[in-house]
Design a binder for this molecule. Structure first.
Ligand SMILES: [Zn+2]
Length: 139
């Protein structure tokens, strides 16, 4: 049986796009992590290391699901076995680095003095923006 060259066409998108065009669903696919959207009682999202699976609450709006999934992917990509505070911080930083394009942020800083406006423009939460800034001491 012959392998068709089309199987490798996704290679070029191995590095996920950053910033507003970052697609965590596609990223999950690349990482081999299954994502299931369903009713969750106590959380917006959860990572299950034993199953390489992420559950996302079906009560969230699509924009929120995107942020929650970006965070949970951090747990998945970093191989976190649990959600102790240190891991929460790392997952936030992972999400923020994907969701925020450094060039776009640098551009916004030039004219946008207000953090509320900034997170609106970037499409991220305040928590993620702060995680980003803390992980980038050069800003
Ligand atoms: Zn978490």
């Amino acid at each position: 049986m012959q392998r068709t060259p089309t199987q490798n066409t996704r290679k070029t998108s191995q590095t996920p796009r950053r910033g507003r065009s970052y697609d965590p669903w596609e990223h999950a696919d690349q990482l081999g992590i299954e994502v299931v959207v369903r009713r969750l009682r106590t959380a917006n999202g959860r990572w299950f290391p034993d199953y390489r699976q992420i559950l996302i609450s079906d009560r969230l709006r699509p924009g929120q699901q995107r942020l929650v999934l970006a965070h949970e992917l951090g747990h998945g990509a970093l191989g976190h076995p649990d959600d102790r505070p240190k891991h929460e911080k790392q997952a936030d930083q992972f999400a923020a680095r994907n969701l925020i394009d450094p060039d776009e942020l640098a551009d916004l800083y030039k004219w946008c003095p207000d953090e509320g406006r900034l997170i609106q423009e970037l499409g991220v939460s305040r928590r993620l923006l702060r995680a980003y800034v803390l992980s980038q001491p050069s800003i």
